[in-house]
Design a protein around this ligand. Structure first.
Ligand code: KIV
Ligand code: ZN
Length: 520
């Protein structure tokens, strides 16, 4: 599913630099195998140019670029090189096995970079541009030249260098915003100025390469395209030096979703965006911010009641693209304290429950109470809650309140209030631990001969705020019953489970001795 193919003049080349600028960012190093895996996915998803690395930087980089060059089926494989003969030769050797190869050579052109970093005069830089593009061109017909720190470069000098690079054979001219300093209008004006003033500008494709230091990498890239650039250099998840590069998934989806104002197209299969994001996050160990556009885990999640209600009526109320279009299986309605009745009913249906109106009402009240205490309410929490609701609907003994004093200073004590056939009764008891104290309260209020055969606790979900699910088995006269109770408080869950089992025993007794209808 490419992004709405149109005429060739509106096609934007996607140049992915995840494996070069991205891998260069602190902590994002990938192993050889991981680089091959990422390159294969980029190739499959329709990236036009894969910048596979910086071959002179290390033996590892060289071998990775070379292997990617051998394996890539569709994309152009590109290597980066500084403006030095050794760099260019090494880069040429690395990309040589590719079906289609590119050498990307760069040199700084801004006053601050030339003076402090290169310690060269502008004329020396100008000469190097010509020499290195010419050298690269001897290896391949596809040469890209970048003026590092282009957005802080003197305009006259920039135009002279661009003209010279094109004359020497550069087929792509990249004007990077290396330090993430420009703003959209200014970046667009820079491209218009260069294209207007450089006499041979029509002989090359212009490219944007934006860093995100001020959070404008995507906006700047798209502004450059509107001004005439037809290549975007970007990276999956926006990884790259410092604040990163423009995120591939964002530029691609912006052109797809807002094709009315950005009438350009790319070759990217957008349904693979999520997969690519997950892979890059996994191999770099860079987590994806939850609210990251397109691929963040909240990008298609709705929690507020009003939004969930709208989404259930029509997805377009709160979604400008479908989750499927970027490879996300489905919208998720996150159940939490902001969720309304509509979303709760929808969730129950999804989980396969059919409740009566009364049960539904009770379950909703209990869900709201749980959501107030627990950050995330998972499907398992709702299942535990509803199962209990169904199980306790007929109960004659219910827990009203429980207070337990536990800790190192024993004996532990509990105060419990139970509703027994509509009467509230309260009692206090001590015990050998808080669970024992709780059960002793219940025994005082509901005397019985049943013995505890099983007491088991497990967490319904992960985390310290997870609900505890307690199972209790009671045996009486050779018959045993088991019941479960769930609550974020393990002691409350224990009391509920114990009472659940007692209620079941009462039903059994009632069946065998119809006269025994009062609580024991
Ligand atoms: O940010 C930059 O200027 C670069 C160049 C090497 C293209 O990454
Ligand atoms: Zn960069």
């Amino acid at each position: 599913m490419s992004t709405q193919a149109g005429s060739e003049k509106d096609r934007v080349i996607i140049f992915d630099t995840t494996l070069r600028d991205g891998e260069q960012s602190p902590g994002a190093t990938m192993t050889h195998e991981e680089k091959l895996e990422v390159a294969e996915l980029l190739d499959t998803m329709g990236v036009d140019v894969i910048e596979a690395g910086f071959p002179i930087a290390s033996e590892g980089d060289f071998l990775a670029v070379q292997e990617i060059a051998k394996r890539t089926k569709n994309a152009i494989v590109c290597g980066l090189s500084r403006a030095s003969p050794k760099d260019i030769d090494r880069c040429a050797e690395a990309v040589k096995p590719a079906r289609r190869s590119r050498i990307h050579t760069f040199i700084s052109t801004s006053p601050v970079h030339m003076k402090w970093k290169l310690q060269m005069e502008p004329e020396q830089v100008y000469e190097l541009v010509i020499q290195q593009v010419t050298r690269a061109r001897n290896y391949t017909d596809d040469v890209e030249w970048s003026c590092e720190d282009g957005t802080r470069t003197d305009h006259d000098f920039l135009c002279r260098c661009v003209e010279a690079a094109i004359k020497a054979g550069a087929t792509t001219i990249n004007i990077p915003d290396t330090v993430g300093y420009t703003v959209p209008d200014e970046y667009a004006a820079l491209f218009r100025m260069v294209m207007e003033r450089v006499p041979n500008a029509d002989k090359a494709r212009f490219s944007v390469h934006c860093h995100n230091d001020l959070g404008m990498a995507v906006a700047n890239s798209l502004a450059g395209v509107r001004a005439g650039a037809r290549q975007i250099e970007c990276a999956i998840n926006g990884i790259g030096e410092r604040a990163g590069n423009a995120a591939l998934e964002e530029v691609v989806m912006a052109m797809r979703v807002r094709n009315d104002v950005l009438p350009y197209w790319t070759n990217i299969d957008t349904t693979m965006l999520m997969r690519a994001s997950k892979l890059v996050s996994a191999v770099t160990s860079f987590p994806v911010q939850y609210n990251k556009a397109i691929v963040g885990r909240n990008a298609f999640a709705h929690e507020s009641g009003i939004h969930q209600d709208g989404m259930l009526k029509n997805n377009q109320t709160y979604e400008i693209m479908t989750p499927e279009s970027v490879g996300v299986k489905q919208t998720s309605l996150v159940m939490g304290k902001h969720s309304g009745r509509h979303a709760f009913m929808h969730k129950l249906e999804e989980l396969g429950y059919k409740l009566s109106d009364n049960q539904l009402e009770d379950a909703f009240v209990r869900f709201k109470a749980l959501a107030d205490r627990k950050k995330h309410v998972y499907d398992e929490d709702i299942e535990a809650l509803v199962d209990e609701e169904i199980a306790t609907a007929q109960d004659r003994i219910k827990l009203v309140s429980l207070t337990v004093i536990a800790g190192t200073m024993g004996p532990q004590s509990a105060t419990a209030t139970l509703d027994i056939d509509g009467r509230h009764e309260t009692v206090q008891a001590t015990g050998n631990g808080p669970v024992d104290a709780t059960f002793n309260c219940i025994k005082k209020l509901v005397p019985h001969e049943a013995t505890l055969e099983l007491y088991q606790v497990h967490a319904v979900t992960e985390g310290t705020d997870a609900q505890a699910e307690v199972s209790v088995r009671l045996a009486e006269n050779g018959k045993s019953v088991t019941a479960k109770g769930a609550d974020p408080d393990t002691l409350v869950a224990s009391a509920k489970a114990y009472l659940g089992a007692l209620n079941k025993l009462m039903i059994k007794r009632q069946r065998h001795r119809p006269e025994a209808i009062s609580a024991p």
